[in-house]
Design a protein around this ligand. Structure first.
Ligand code: ZN
Length: 184
């Protein structure tokens, strides 16, 4: 099943998401639907709040970046109940986009390395350190389950410049190649 994407202005994107437990109904199907929704919208990542579910789940498929970095080819996984333990390394700038912020792309500063503890979709535990593009995508998706968006990391001036565009997105006045959801 392909879900519509909740966009800027929807309260679910601003909530701190809750952990899921093993009894979560149809969890395997939920994860499969998240991957399918991400693929159909050409995203490299998708967090559950973006489909209206305030739970600590996100999926990533970095294969679109395989040309720049061949280790991205197989970087396809689900992160369940993730917790970032540490962010280290120099800040790096990268031009980010987000399915919940259609038509907006901005340079965003983030630390280059991240240590994260999480479970996979079968509730196996991992404690791993990522850097480069992987750390970038993980931090972006992790922000979603913390109720944050990349625009929060921009300067006040950039935010002011984007204000009109953001208001239009909140009203659904934006073109997308995927279905969006606005709950009034
Ligand atoms: Zn996003």
């Amino acid at each position: 099943m392909i879900y519509p994407i909740y966009v800027y202005g929807q309260p679910v994107l601003r909530k701190v998401a809750k952990d899921v437990d093993k009894d979560y109904p149809n969890f395997q199907q939920f994860i499969a639907d998240m991957f399918e929704t991400m693929e159909k919208s050409d995203g490299v990542g998708l967090a559950a709040p973006q489909i209206g579910e305030s739970v600590r789940v996100f999926v990533i498929d970095g294969s679109a970046f395989a040309e720049d970095d061949e280790t991205m080819k197989d970087f396809r996984k689900a992160f369940v109940n993730a917790k970032i333990i540490e962010k280290t390394g120099e800040d790096k700038i990268f031009n980010e986009g987000c399915l919940s912020l259609p038509s907006i792309r901005e340079d965003v500063n983030r630390p280059s390395t991240v240590r994260i503890q999480y479970y996979d979709e079968n509730f196996n535990f991992f404690d791993e350190t990522y850097e480069g593009l992987k750390a970038r995508i993980i931090q972006h998706e992790y922000d979603h389950i913390e109720g944050k968006l990349f625009i929060d990391l921009l300067s006040p001036l950039r935010k002011r410049i984007l204000k009109r565009k953001l208001n239009q997105i909140a009203k659904g006045e934006v073109e997308t190649s995927y279905k969006i959801k606005i709950v009034k």
